[in-house]
Design a binder for this molecule. Structure first.
Ligand SMILES: [Zn+2]
Ligand SMILES: [Zn+2]
Length: 205
């Protein structure tokens, strides 16, 4: 087994004899690895130098199938996220976004939508211009309309009270029979009206 648990084995004598380079002066047999994707586990051959590289590193052995590569990079990413959550690995912006997406199950935390034809954003609960940080606790998945229509919040409590009441205009705009185009036009209009500067000025008066 490699450091991350990938299984491998030497060639049997019969397999060794069938190798195209068998008998050549510098021939060194490679190893047979099992694809690290738990759903695949296909056996594949790696030449001697490549095999040593895999064994010496913490890399997963992959059969070459694109789906296996995708699954393993997801597993790896989740491992890095878990280490960041434990505090043993640093967060990166990319990891934070992926963690928040996974934690919130790809669902808008304001209106509850998870349709595929909607754009989602990693939105700040306490807004950035009010000192809200780019950290998991202050971020949440919001669909584009909810994020754009979210009023500025200075504290988490303010945000939570707003989100609990699902006070987004989006469902209301749809409910009164506007089509997508009209909804988007309305959102753009409200976004201008709700620009941060505008709101700060009002709050200070
Ligand atoms: Zn595979
Ligand atoms: Zn939403």
């Amino acid at each position: 087994m490699t450091p991350n648990g990938t299984e491998y084995r030497p060639l049997t004598e019969e397999e060794n004899r069938r190798h195209p380079f068998y008998g050549r002066p510098h021939y060194r047999p490679g190893l047979l690895f099992r694809c690290a994707n738990p759903g695949c586990k296909k056996e594949f051959y790696a030449f001697h130098s490549k095999a040593q590289e895999i064994i010496g590193s913490n890399r997963y052995a992959l059969c070459g199938n694109k789906e296996c590569k995708r699954i393993i990079s997801e597993i790896r990413r989740n491992e890095r996220i878990d280490r960041a959550l434990e505090g043993t690995d640093p967060w990166t912006d990319g990891l934070i976004v992926q963690h928040v997406w996974r934690r919130d199950k790809g669902t808008c935390q304001v209106c509850g939508r998870s349709d595929h034809d909607v754009n989602y954003e990693t939105g700040h609960k306490v807004d950035e211009f009010l000192g809200g940080l780019f950290i998991p606790d202050n971020l949440t998945i919001m669909c584009y309309p909810c994020n754009r229509l979210k009023p500025p919040h200075e504290t988490l409590k303010e945000y939570e009270m707003w989100a609990a009441h699902k006070q987004t205009l989006y469902p209301r705009l749809v409910n009164i029979g506007l089509n997508d185009h009209q909804v988007n036009a309305a959102i753009e209009l409200f976004r201008e009206m709700l620009s941060p500067r505008f709101i700060i000025r009002i709050n200070k008066q």
